[in-house]
Design a protein around this ligand. Structure first.
Ligand SMILES: *[C@@H]1O[C@H](CO)[C@@H](O)[C@H](O)[C@H]1NC(C)=O
Ligand SMILES: *[C@H]1O[C@H](CO)[C@@H](O)[C@H](O)[C@H]1NC(C)=O
Length: 441
């Protein structure tokens, strides 16, 4: 019965029909509604596919942009060396080659195979060392590069360097301008007092009145507050980041340890050998073994670790016999940097700096940096460290010459020669290069 009725109603030919519950029959009248649902579903599906596709395209574009910026940077780096048409670049290559030559002639032991200067290795005509050369067998391990520097800062530093390389005279001019720089204020009356004059190694480099480390006179062996040392601020005027000091004299060694104690210092960076060509550069202000007493400061030599022929690290146990308080002090001693000169390679100084900063990490006390007069080598080291720390903190603008003027406001004679200034620039560029290489490609 139903078959005929249905065939009539729908105008369709029924081949077979069956029976079911009445509720299920409601399917038929709702058929049109179901079609609507299906359409909605299809639209939603299409929309989702479109979204996913959109996201894929967007991430593709972002990846390509990043990649090309990396690529540009790399091109920039290599173009520094590959463009042999430019005189300045050729001069720079020559400089790098000389550095390489000095190093390879000096050292032939396998120990030094890892000490390939990373900039020069890019520019040299010789075979390009395999990436594993960086970590080849060596009795000392190099500190890995660590920095939060972003790519755009890297770009900026490299273009700054390119500028210097293209304009042969620029470095000369910048240095000449720096030489005429006058710090203001620059009075040094305390340093030149009769009772203090014997405490200065050099006539030219003494602490400014407005910027000097004052000892607690009551704790001093001669009731004086003077020591030839200058606090060096970075950005925070209350907390100096460094103390630039002259190498202690026999008569100032107790003042030196008093300064270490009173300023809460735990790291000493020593950049001079004790003597050069028979000329004393610095007094041997620590015990060779066991302990020495300097006024009320007892210094114990705990350990001495020779990292490489360029530097060693000593660890001291410092005790104030007045209060019985103790502290551990680490001294990083760079051995091969001579007065008025530059180190043999940026590589070893940069590794030295990384080791210092690894030891110092997380502290807020000033780092004591001294050489002989506490200005030439000390100034160069502080300039390099300050600039690289600024970059690591994400500074967008870095002016190396202005940073040096800032240092010279705080201590006279910081960075003594044009070669030292050039060395600082090269070291910064090399570290930027190393940081960029270490970035995920
Ligand atoms: C320091 O230690 C010595 C010996 O242990 C003791 O006699 C002296 O009283 C201590 N001084 C202080 C200030 O605690
Ligand atoms: C500083 O002291 C040294 C050694 O004690 C002395 O030779 C030198 O002349 C002194 N400096 C000045 C400016 O007199």
């Amino acid at each position: 019965d139903n078959k005929e009725k249905l065939e009539k109603a729908t105008g369709l030919k029924m081949l077979q029909i069956g029976m079911g519950e009445k509720s299920k029959l409601q399917f038929l009248p709702h058929h049109a509604g179901g079609e609507e649902d299906a359409t909605k579903f299809i639209i939603l599906t299409l929309l989702s596919i479109a979204c996913i596709f959109g996201i894929l395209v967007a991430s593709g574009v972002i990846y390509c942009l990043r990649h090309s910026s990396h690529h540009k940077l790399k091109e920039k780096l290599t173009s520094l060396g590959s463009d042999s048409g430019s005189d300045a670049t050729a001069a720079y290559q020559e400089l790098c080659r000389q550095r390489m030559a000095v190093k390879s002639s000096d050292h032939s032991e396998p120990l030094h195979t890892s000490r390939i200067n990373s900039i020069s290795s890019q520019f040299s005509d010789g075979p390009i060392p395999s990436p594993s050369a960086r970590s080849s067998t060596s009795s000392w391990c190099e500190e890995p590069v660590q920095s939060n520097m972003d790519i755009s800062t890297g770009h900026m530093i490299l273009s700054y360097m390119e500028d210097h390389l293209k304009n042969k005279n620029r470095l000369e001019k910048e240095w000449e301008a720096l030489c005429t720089y006058q710090a203001e204020p620059s009075a040094t009356t305390v340093a030149h007092k009769e009772e203090n004059i014997q405490k200065n190694r050099s006539q030219d480099v003494v602490a400014y009145d407005h910027c000097r480390i004052c000892l607690k006179a009551e704790n001093s062996h001669d009731n004086s507050d003077y020591i030839n040392a200058s606090p060096i601020m970075d950005h925070d005027p209350r907390n100096p980041a460094y103390i630039a000091a002259q190498g202690p004299l026999p008569s100032t060694v107790t003042d030196f340890w008093q300064m270490v104690w009173e300023n809460g210092c735990v790291v000493i960076v020593m950049l001079t050998p004790l003597a050069e060509n028979g000329v004393k550069q610095c007094y041997h202000y620590w015990p060779d073994e066991g302990s020495n007493l300097y006024h009320i400061y007892e210094v114990n030599l705990v350990s001495e670790h020779i990292w490489c022929e360029d530097f060693l690290v000593r660890s001291f146990y410092l005790k104030n016999l007045q209060t019985n308080e103790t502290r551990t002090v680490t001294q990083f001693h760079f051995l091969t940097w001579h007065d008025q000169k530059v180190p043999g390679s940026t590589r070893s100084l940069l590794d030295f700096r990384r080791k210092v900063n690894k030891c110092y990490r997380g502290r807020s006390c000033p780092v004591i940096v001294h050489c002989s007069d506490g200005a030439g080598r000390s100034g160069t080291y502080i300039l390099i460290d300050m600039v690289l720390n600024k970059m690591a903190k994400g500074a967008k603008e870095i002016d190396i010459a202005a940073t040096l003027e800032h240092l010279r406001d705080q201590r006279p004679g910081m960075v003594q020669t044009k070669e030292q200034f050039e060395f600082a620039l090269t070291a910064v560029a090399e570290e930027v290069n190393a940081i960029l290489k270490a970035l995920p490609q």
